[in-house]
Design a protein around this ligand. Structure first.
Ligand code: PHE
Length: 360
């Protein structure tokens, strides 16, 4: 019996002293593992006299159970302590102010799109949307651009691949926002007044062209909308957009398959010493195409051209951002250079409104 008391004292002390789970495992092996002291003592019961065994057997079994539960309790305490230590170490004060280094800004293109939406909302235009991967019917055919029309080449179209053996015409990355005219007319009918801002794609790359760029389509159809309404709308838009006196526009007769008559609009500007300035100088920058929606386009979208007419335009958003904020190279828009963004970007809460000042 003295042996049992000794074993008990020794192993319980070792459990109390164990500093981690590895030390506990050592104690377990030394006490109640297959070759542990308590296990060996239990095995020695066979050699005892029946009287001895009757006393020692229950005592050793009780000791084995006691050690096992002391081990379990010690293990739980250790892992609680480990969790508490980890929680204390990984504590994070979510009420700390953000570090300035992590602060982003609104990209000038997003800003300009928001400004345009605010101006056109004031003129009664709602926002419409369409897919960037477009079918060739919406991107071309419905807009009166027949397959052999040179415009299909002029647009430097990106074609999507079809599976082998699928001979249907490929989808395209939309080359302009004009297919949204068709979708909006089909979806909402007439009369209609919408703008459609978004990304468009053409295989082209230099100082004033990037393979992905942004347009803002405008469409107004009613019973008596005319070219005069178009001219007024665009002049009104430019005045609000550029926030400078004497913005000068030039309406130049042009041709688009989906408008008749058509006009391109240039804006007076200067490029001096790599600086682009609006409203002065002898240079002109083309900012949009426009015209009266072609009767065939109305018919393709299910609108009776004998009853309805109106105008459409497509603005180059990136170019307007360059002009407005004096950004000389279009490619900088897509460099993701944080220093550039901090220089030209806008605070997230500078939401453009006509009352509050369009860009401040
Ligand atoms: N879709 C034409 C382009 O991308 C612009 C345009 C839109 C012209 C609407 C006329 C009317 O060049």
């Amino acid at each position: 019996m003295d042996d049992v008391a000794e074993l008990r004292a020794k192993h319980l002390a070792a459990i109390a002293a164990a500093a981690d789970e590895a030390a506990l495992e050592e104690v377990r092996l030394a006490a109640i593992g297959k070759k542990g002291e308590v296990a060996l003592a239990l095995r020695g019961l066979g050699a005892m006299s029946p009287e001895e065994r009757q006393v020692a057997g229950p005592a050793l079994n009780a000791l084995r159970d006691e050690i096992a539960s002391a081990l379990a309790a010690a293990k739980a305490a250790l892992s609680d302590a480990a969790l508490s230590a980890r929680l204390a170490a990984e504590w994070l004060d979510v009420s700390l102010p953000p570090r300035p280094a992590a602060q982003g800004t609104i990209h000038p293109i997003s800003q300009v799109m928001d400004e345009m939406a605010a101006i056109f909302a004031d003129l009664g235009f709602a926002v419409a949307e369409g897919p960037q991967v477009e079918d060739d019917w919406h991107n071309f055919d419905a807009l009166n651009i027949v397959p052999e029309h040179p415009a299909r080449q002029e647009h430097d179209t990106f074609y999507m691949a079809r599976a082998d053996g699928d001979n249907r015409p490929p989808h395209v990355l939309r080359t302009h926002t004009s297919p949204v005219q068709i979708r909006a007319l089909q979806g909402q009918g007439v009369p209609i007044r919408v703008i459609a801002p978004g990304r468009v794609y053409r295989a082209d790359y230099d100082q004033t062209h990037t393979p992905m760029f942004h347009q803002l389509e405008g469409l107004a159809i009613d019973r008596d909308v005319t070219m005069a309404n178009l001219k007024w709308t665009l002049e009104e838009f430019c005045r609000a957009m550029f926030e400078v006196d004497g913005v000068e526009l030039k309406f130049r007769a042009s041709h688009f398959p989906f408008t008749e008559p058509s006009a391109e609009v240039d804006i007076r500007c200067s490029w001096k010493d790599g600086q682009l300035k609006i409203g002065e100088g002898d240079d002109w920058l083309e900012i949009l195409g426009s015209g009266m929606v072609h009767p065939k386009v109305l018919a393709a979208a299910g609108v009776d051209p004998g009853q309805w007419q109106g105008f459409a335009f497509g603005l180059g958003v990136d170019r307007i951002a360059m002009l407005k904020y004096g950004i000389p190279d279009l490619r900088a828009f897509f460099d993701s250079d944080l220093r550039w963004l901090r220089h030209y970007g806008f605070a997230a809460l500078d939401v453009p409104t006509l009352q509050g000042g369009i860009s401040r």
